[in-house]
Write a protein that binds this ligand. Structure first.
Ligand code: HEC
Ligand code: HEC
Length: 239
Protein backbone atom coordinates (compact mmCIF):
# COMPACT_ATOMS: atom_id res chain seq x y z
CA UNK A 1 0.00 0.00 0.00
CA UNK A 2 1.46 3.36 -0.92
CA UNK A 3 1.43 6.26 1.52
CA UNK A 4 -1.70 8.00 0.17
CA UNK A 5 -3.68 4.81 0.19
CA UNK A 6 -2.55 4.17 3.77
CA UNK A 7 -3.69 7.61 4.92
CA UNK A 8 -7.04 7.09 3.18
CA UNK A 9 -7.47 3.68 4.83
CA UNK A 10 -6.77 5.13 8.28
CA UNK A 11 -9.16 7.99 7.62
CA UNK A 12 -11.94 5.63 6.56
CA UNK A 13 -11.35 3.32 9.52
CA UNK A 14 -11.59 6.21 11.98
CA UNK A 15 -14.68 7.64 10.28
CA UNK A 16 -16.46 4.31 10.30
CA UNK A 17 -15.51 3.59 13.91
CA UNK A 18 -16.82 6.95 15.08
CA UNK A 19 -19.91 6.91 12.91
CA UNK A 20 -20.96 3.49 14.09
CA UNK A 21 -21.11 4.48 17.74
CA UNK A 22 -24.58 4.07 19.12
CA UNK A 23 -25.74 7.43 20.50
CA UNK A 24 -27.46 5.62 23.37
CA UNK A 25 -24.02 4.44 24.59
CA UNK A 26 -22.78 7.98 25.10
CA UNK A 27 -23.37 9.18 28.65
CA UNK A 28 -24.33 12.82 28.54
CA UNK A 29 -24.26 14.54 31.93
CA UNK A 30 -26.08 17.84 32.08
CA UNK A 31 -23.74 20.64 33.24
CA UNK A 32 -25.96 21.16 36.31
CA UNK A 33 -25.45 17.57 37.40
CA UNK A 34 -21.65 17.47 37.42
CA UNK A 35 -20.69 16.92 41.08
CA UNK A 36 -17.03 15.99 40.72
CA UNK A 37 -14.86 18.41 42.71
CA UNK A 38 -11.75 18.10 40.55
CA UNK A 39 -13.72 18.75 37.39
CA UNK A 40 -15.65 21.69 38.86
CA UNK A 41 -12.51 23.26 40.32
CA UNK A 42 -10.45 22.80 37.14
CA UNK A 43 -13.21 24.17 34.93
CA UNK A 44 -14.19 27.16 37.04
CA UNK A 45 -11.39 28.17 39.37
CA UNK A 46 -7.93 26.97 38.35
CA UNK A 47 -7.51 29.55 35.59
CA UNK A 48 -7.11 32.24 38.25
CA UNK A 49 -6.44 30.35 41.51
CA UNK A 50 -3.97 27.87 39.98
CA UNK A 51 -4.18 24.15 39.32
CA UNK A 52 -4.94 22.24 42.53
CA UNK A 53 -5.27 25.46 44.52
CA UNK A 54 -1.58 26.35 44.13
CA UNK A 55 -2.23 30.02 43.32
CA UNK A 56 -2.09 32.02 40.13
CA UNK A 57 -3.11 35.58 39.42
CA UNK A 58 -5.36 35.13 42.47
CA UNK A 59 -4.52 33.64 45.87
CA UNK A 60 -3.95 29.88 46.28
CA UNK A 61 -7.17 28.44 47.72
CA UNK A 62 -5.20 25.34 48.70
CA UNK A 63 -2.86 27.26 51.01
CA UNK A 64 -3.42 25.71 54.47
CA UNK A 65 -2.72 29.05 56.18
CA UNK A 66 -5.43 30.68 54.06
CA UNK A 67 -7.82 27.84 54.90
CA UNK A 68 -7.06 28.21 58.61
CA UNK A 69 -8.19 31.87 58.59
CA UNK A 70 -11.08 31.72 56.08
CA UNK A 71 -14.17 29.76 57.07
CA UNK A 72 -16.46 27.79 54.78
CA UNK A 73 -19.20 30.43 55.04
CA UNK A 74 -16.80 33.03 53.63
CA UNK A 75 -15.56 30.80 50.83
CA UNK A 76 -19.14 29.87 49.92
CA UNK A 77 -20.33 33.49 49.93
CA UNK A 78 -17.45 34.76 47.78
CA UNK A 79 -17.80 31.85 45.34
CA UNK A 80 -21.55 32.40 45.02
CA UNK A 81 -21.59 36.19 44.81
CA UNK A 82 -18.11 37.13 43.57
CA UNK A 83 -16.33 40.29 44.64
CA UNK A 84 -17.76 43.43 43.03
CA UNK A 85 -15.22 45.64 41.32
CA UNK A 86 -12.65 42.83 40.92
CA UNK A 87 -12.21 39.96 38.48
CA UNK A 88 -13.65 37.41 40.95
CA UNK A 89 -16.89 36.34 39.22
CA UNK A 90 -20.19 35.37 40.86
CA UNK A 91 -20.80 31.65 40.25
CA UNK A 92 -24.27 31.11 41.76
CA UNK A 93 -27.09 30.90 39.24
CA UNK A 94 -29.10 33.37 41.30
CA UNK A 95 -26.23 35.86 40.87
CA UNK A 96 -25.99 35.24 37.13
CA UNK A 97 -23.40 32.44 37.29
CA UNK A 98 -23.58 28.88 36.02
CA UNK A 99 -23.29 26.76 39.17
CA UNK A 100 -26.06 25.37 41.35
CA UNK A 101 -25.91 25.77 45.13
CA UNK A 102 -25.16 22.03 45.38
CA UNK A 103 -22.19 22.40 43.04
CA UNK A 104 -20.88 25.32 45.08
CA UNK A 105 -21.16 23.12 48.19
CA UNK A 106 -19.11 20.44 46.43
CA UNK A 107 -16.41 23.01 45.67
CA UNK A 108 -16.34 24.44 49.22
CA UNK A 109 -16.30 20.97 50.78
CA UNK A 110 -13.62 19.75 48.34
CA UNK A 111 -11.34 22.70 49.04
CA UNK A 112 -11.66 22.09 52.79
CA UNK A 113 -11.23 18.32 52.83
CA UNK A 114 -8.44 18.12 50.28
CA UNK A 115 -6.27 21.06 51.16
CA UNK A 116 -6.85 22.24 54.75
CA UNK A 117 -4.35 21.04 57.38
CA UNK A 118 -5.38 21.02 61.04
CA UNK A 119 -1.89 22.02 62.24
CA UNK A 120 -1.35 24.75 59.63
CA UNK A 121 -0.83 27.48 62.25
CA UNK A 122 1.04 25.25 64.69
CA UNK A 123 -1.04 26.49 67.58
CA UNK A 124 -0.36 30.20 66.91
CA UNK A 125 -3.37 32.54 66.73
CA UNK A 126 -3.64 34.33 63.39
CA UNK A 127 -5.12 37.82 63.10
CA UNK A 128 -8.85 37.57 62.32
CA UNK A 129 -9.86 37.13 58.68
CA UNK A 130 -12.25 40.08 58.73
CA UNK A 131 -11.10 43.55 59.77
CA UNK A 132 -12.51 44.73 63.07
CA UNK A 133 -12.80 48.47 62.60
CA UNK A 134 -10.73 50.50 60.18
CA UNK A 135 -6.99 50.73 60.50
CA UNK A 136 -4.89 53.86 60.86
CA UNK A 137 -2.97 54.64 57.66
CA UNK A 138 -0.36 56.75 59.50
CA UNK A 139 0.45 53.89 61.83
CA UNK A 140 0.33 51.71 58.75
CA UNK A 141 3.21 53.62 57.16
CA UNK A 142 5.38 52.61 60.13
CA UNK A 143 4.18 49.03 59.97
CA UNK A 144 5.03 49.08 56.27
CA UNK A 145 8.57 50.29 56.97
CA UNK A 146 9.09 47.56 59.55
CA UNK A 147 7.50 44.57 57.87
CA UNK A 148 7.35 45.20 54.14
CA UNK A 149 9.92 47.70 52.88
CA UNK A 150 12.81 45.23 52.85
CA UNK A 151 11.16 43.49 49.89
CA UNK A 152 8.67 45.97 48.37
CA UNK A 153 11.04 48.96 48.61
CA UNK A 154 10.96 52.06 50.85
CA UNK A 155 7.78 53.49 49.28
CA UNK A 156 6.08 50.30 48.06
CA UNK A 157 7.22 50.76 44.46
CA UNK A 158 9.15 47.52 44.47
CA UNK A 159 12.73 46.34 44.65
CA UNK A 160 14.67 43.43 43.24
CA UNK A 161 12.99 41.16 45.79
CA UNK A 162 9.32 41.96 45.16
CA UNK A 163 7.23 44.12 42.86
CA UNK A 164 5.28 47.33 43.43
CA UNK A 165 2.17 47.03 45.59
CA UNK A 166 1.15 50.69 45.26
CA UNK A 167 0.68 50.60 41.49
CA UNK A 168 -2.59 52.41 40.67
CA UNK A 169 -3.88 49.71 38.34
CA UNK A 170 -3.12 46.95 40.85
CA UNK A 171 -4.83 48.70 43.75
CA UNK A 172 -7.83 49.55 41.57
CA UNK A 173 -8.45 45.85 40.92
CA UNK A 174 -8.18 44.38 44.41
CA UNK A 175 -10.46 44.72 47.42
CA UNK A 176 -9.23 45.71 50.87
CA UNK A 177 -10.13 42.20 52.02
CA UNK A 178 -7.86 40.72 49.37
CA UNK A 179 -4.99 42.93 50.58
CA UNK A 180 -5.75 41.83 54.14
CA UNK A 181 -5.91 38.15 53.18
CA UNK A 182 -2.58 38.49 51.36
CA UNK A 183 -0.91 40.19 54.33
CA UNK A 184 -2.15 37.50 56.75
CA UNK A 185 -1.69 34.39 54.60
CA UNK A 186 1.16 35.58 52.33
CA UNK A 187 1.71 34.05 48.91
CA UNK A 188 3.89 31.07 49.82
CA UNK A 189 4.20 29.99 46.19
CA UNK A 190 5.99 33.29 45.48
CA UNK A 191 8.01 33.47 48.68
CA UNK A 192 5.82 36.23 50.17
CA UNK A 193 5.73 35.72 53.96
CA UNK A 194 2.55 35.39 56.04
CA UNK A 195 1.81 37.62 59.08
CA UNK A 196 4.40 35.73 61.14
CA UNK A 197 7.02 37.45 59.01
CA UNK A 198 9.71 34.83 59.38
CA UNK A 199 12.58 37.28 58.75
CA UNK A 200 11.89 39.48 61.80
CA UNK A 201 11.00 36.85 64.35
CA UNK A 202 8.13 39.08 65.54
CA UNK A 203 4.67 38.38 64.12
CA UNK A 204 2.38 41.23 63.04
CA UNK A 205 -0.37 42.06 65.55
CA UNK A 206 -4.01 42.26 64.38
CA UNK A 207 -3.68 46.09 64.58
CA UNK A 208 -0.52 46.01 62.46
CA UNK A 209 -2.42 44.10 59.76
CA UNK A 210 -5.37 46.53 59.76
CA UNK A 211 -3.05 49.55 59.76
CA UNK A 212 -0.87 48.40 56.87
CA UNK A 213 -3.99 47.58 54.82
CA UNK A 214 -5.33 51.09 55.57
CA UNK A 215 -1.98 52.52 54.40
CA UNK A 216 -2.13 50.49 51.17
CA UNK A 217 -5.76 51.48 50.57
CA UNK A 218 -4.77 55.13 51.02
CA UNK A 219 -2.34 54.75 48.09
CA UNK A 220 -5.20 54.08 45.65
CA UNK A 221 -5.00 56.48 42.72
CA UNK A 222 -7.88 58.87 42.21
CA UNK A 223 -7.76 58.21 38.47
CA UNK A 224 -6.53 54.64 38.08
CA UNK A 225 -5.39 53.71 34.60
CA UNK A 226 -4.63 57.31 33.68
CA UNK A 227 -0.97 57.61 34.55
CA UNK A 228 -0.35 60.38 32.04
CA UNK A 229 -3.20 62.54 33.23
CA UNK A 230 -2.41 62.16 36.92
CA UNK A 231 1.34 62.59 36.30
CA UNK A 232 0.64 65.76 34.36
CA UNK A 233 -1.63 66.96 37.17
CA UNK A 234 1.05 66.26 39.73
CA UNK A 235 3.45 68.39 37.72
CA UNK A 236 0.88 71.18 37.66
CA UNK A 237 0.39 71.01 33.88
CA UNK A 238 -3.33 70.12 33.89
CA UNK A 239 -5.89 71.40 36.35
C1 HEC B 1 -11.28 35.31 36.48
C2 HEC B 1 -10.48 34.99 37.64
C3 HEC B 1 -11.10 34.19 38.76
C4 HEC B 1 -11.80 33.00 38.70
C5 HEC B 1 -12.15 32.20 37.47
C6 HEC B 1 -12.09 32.64 40.08
N1 HEC B 1 -11.59 33.57 40.93
FE1 HEC B 1 -11.79 33.57 42.94
N2 HEC B 1 -10.83 35.36 43.04
C7 HEC B 1 -10.31 36.05 41.96
C8 HEC B 1 -9.76 37.30 42.41
C9 HEC B 1 -9.07 38.35 41.55
C10 HEC B 1 -9.98 37.36 43.81
C11 HEC B 1 -9.65 38.51 44.75
C12 HEC B 1 -10.81 39.48 44.71
C13 HEC B 1 -10.64 40.61 45.67
O1 HEC B 1 -9.90 41.55 45.35
O2 HEC B 1 -11.24 40.55 46.77
C14 HEC B 1 -10.66 36.12 44.15
C15 HEC B 1 -11.05 35.79 45.45
C16 HEC B 1 -11.60 34.59 45.81
C17 HEC B 1 -11.90 34.20 47.16
C18 HEC B 1 -11.69 35.06 48.39
C19 HEC B 1 -10.25 35.10 48.83
C20 HEC B 1 -10.14 35.81 50.16
O3 HEC B 1 -9.51 36.88 50.23
O4 HEC B 1 -10.71 35.29 51.13
C21 HEC B 1 -12.44 32.95 47.12
C22 HEC B 1 -12.90 32.12 48.29
C23 HEC B 1 -12.47 32.56 45.73
N3 HEC B 1 -11.96 33.58 44.96
C24 HEC B 1 -12.96 31.35 45.29
C25 HEC B 1 -13.05 31.00 43.94
C26 HEC B 1 -13.61 29.75 43.49
C27 HEC B 1 -14.10 28.64 44.38
C28 HEC B 1 -13.58 29.80 42.12
C29 HEC B 1 -14.14 28.78 41.16
C30 HEC B 1 -15.52 28.36 41.39
C31 HEC B 1 -12.99 31.07 41.74
N4 HEC B 1 -12.69 31.77 42.88
C32 HEC B 1 -12.77 31.49 40.44
C33 HEC B 1 -10.31 35.64 40.65
C34 HEC B 1 -10.97 34.53 40.17
C1 HEC C 1 10.53 38.54 52.17
C2 HEC C 1 10.02 39.45 51.18
C3 HEC C 1 8.63 40.05 51.38
C4 HEC C 1 8.16 40.75 52.47
C5 HEC C 1 8.87 41.06 53.77
C6 HEC C 1 6.80 41.14 52.11
N1 HEC C 1 6.50 40.70 50.87
FE1 HEC C 1 4.77 41.06 49.86
N2 HEC C 1 5.39 39.87 48.37
C7 HEC C 1 6.64 39.34 48.25
C8 HEC C 1 6.73 38.62 47.00
C9 HEC C 1 7.96 37.87 46.50
C10 HEC C 1 5.47 38.74 46.39
C11 HEC C 1 4.99 38.15 45.09
C12 HEC C 1 5.70 38.59 43.87
C13 HEC C 1 5.83 40.07 43.71
O1 HEC C 1 4.86 40.81 43.94
O2 HEC C 1 6.95 40.48 43.38
C14 HEC C 1 4.65 39.55 47.28
C15 HEC C 1 3.35 39.89 47.01
C16 HEC C 1 2.60 40.77 47.76
C17 HEC C 1 1.27 41.20 47.43
C18 HEC C 1 0.41 40.65 46.34
C19 HEC C 1 0.65 41.15 45.00
C20 HEC C 1 -0.29 40.43 44.05
O3 HEC C 1 0.03 40.39 42.88
O4 HEC C 1 -1.35 39.91 44.48
C21 HEC C 1 0.90 42.10 48.39
C22 HEC C 1 -0.43 42.84 48.49
C23 HEC C 1 1.99 42.19 49.32
N3 HEC C 1 3.01 41.38 48.91
C24 HEC C 1 1.98 42.99 50.43
C25 HEC C 1 2.96 42.95 51.40
C26 HEC C 1 2.88 43.69 52.65
C27 HEC C 1 1.76 44.66 53.01
C28 HEC C 1 3.99 43.35 53.36
C29 HEC C 1 4.34 43.76 54.78
C30 HEC C 1 3.32 43.52 55.77
C31 HEC C 1 4.76 42.41 52.56
N4 HEC C 1 4.11 42.20 51.38
C32 HEC C 1 5.98 41.87 52.94
C33 HEC C 1 7.67 39.44 49.16
C34 HEC C 1 7.58 40.03 50.37
Amino acid sequence: MNYRAFVLAVFLAVTIACGSRNPADVQVVAPNEIMDFSFLYARNCSGCHGPNGTGGAAIGLGDPVYLAIAGDATIRRVTADGVAGTSMPAFAQRSGGLLTDDQIDVIVHGIRTRWAKPDALQGVNAPPYAAQGSGDPQQGAEVYATYCSSCHGPDGRGSKRASSIVDGSYLALVSDQNLRTTVIAGRPEWGAPDWRSDTLGKPMSPEDVSDVVAWLAAQRAQFPGQPYLSAARAEGGIR
